[in-house]
Ligand binder design. Structure first.
Ligand code: SAM
Length: 289
């Protein structure tokens, strides 16, 4: 039986909106069609491949960014479900709204806000999800407490994340270069930076102390491959998401020496092995209230 909101009655029959909707590859669609962020896509695919898809659910995606996997999840859940995306990043929220309109998605509301303070009353939400959010939240405990408040008893908190061990091959080399140049303070700053990413044990502690139980974990690795270190260090996403933190580990007067040595070492490895490869350990974590 057809069960949907997007039907209208006409002349005693039913008009199916999806048959009427003339969606096309026009200029407006072109700006939204390439909607998959390459960095977060392996995590989002992991989430979409495993998340329970239950009709009549209310779902929140915290840190929805530019709309992936929020908009895909909303479409896979369909119109019996109500989905909310929440993110403080204004430009990303406007882009997600633009995509939602282009894709004619009716079951999503995108909110500019923070996971620490969500506009829902207590025990109202069936499932909260977040793709690559947890490493980016300033205070994950506060967000998880808020999740506990809004999720129904027995409801689910499901997230994906990269884990401690991320880019190990790079960090080992970074450390070796710092040691070689006798930059001891920088070595300890690098260790602190590496430890910012959660291990599986730390994730379990984080969710447990906020009232959730881990019910299912799926782990995997993916790798980013580059022809050499120069290609890696010049990649736009490496510069956008990682390089600033790496620069801050090293004082300005040593930066050129450190990064030249690092780039040279990476290039030597590429010369020897035919490529360089960085591992990204990933986890899909399903918890219950
Ligand atoms: C790595 S991005 C992931 C975006 C998207 N989920 C994806 O997979 O492409 C992390 C997102 O978390 C958002 N964020 C950071 N702090 C937040 C907070 N306190 N509450 C909600 N979202 C937050 C950022 O603005 C950013 O969009």
């Amino acid at each position: 039986m057809v069960q949907r909101n997007n039907t209208r009655k006409a002349y005693g029959g039913i008009i199916l909106d999806y048959l009427e909707d003339k969606i096309s590859f026009d200029n407006d669609m072109v700006c939204c069609y390439d909607e998959l962020p390459l960095w977060s896509s392996p995590f989002g695919i992991m989430l979409l491949n495993n998340i329970p898809l239950k009709r009549n659910s209310s779902v929140v995606d915290i840190g929805c960014g530019t709309g992936f996997p929020l908009l895909e999840l909303a479409q896979r859940l369909g119109e019996s479900c109500r989905i909310f995306g929440i993110d403080p990043w204004e430009a990303a929220v406007s882009r997600a709204i633009r995509k939602k309109e282009q894709f004619r998605i009716k079951n999503v509301e995108i909110i500019k806000g923070v996971g620490e303070d969500m506009p829902f009353s207590g025990e109202q939400i069936d499932m909260i999800t977040s793709n690559l959010g947890i490493n980016n939240f300033e205070d994950p405990d506060r967000i998880l407490k808020e999740c506990f408040r809004v999720i129904k008893p027995g409801g689910k908190l499901i997230f994906t994340t990269n884990l401690y061990g991320h880019f190990d091959e790079f960090y080992l080399l970074f450390r070796a270069v710092l040691c070689c140049l006798k930059l001891e303070d920088e070595v300890s700053r690098l260790s602190k930076h590496i430890k910012k990413r959660y291990s599986m044990e730390a994730i379990e502690e984080l969710v447990n102390r906020n009232g959730f139980l881990v019910k299912k974990v799926i782990r995997d690795n993916y790798s980013m491959r580059f022809a050499d270190g120069s290609a890696f260090l010049n990649h736009y996403f490496i510069k956008l998401a990682f390089l600033q933190d790496w620069k801050e580990i090293v004082p300005e007067n040593h930066r050129n020496a450190v990064f030249t040595a690092l780039e040279n070492r990476l290039n030597e490895i590429a010369e020897k092995n035919g490529e360089i490869l960085f591992t990204v350990p990933m986890a899909y974590v399903e918890c219950e209230k």
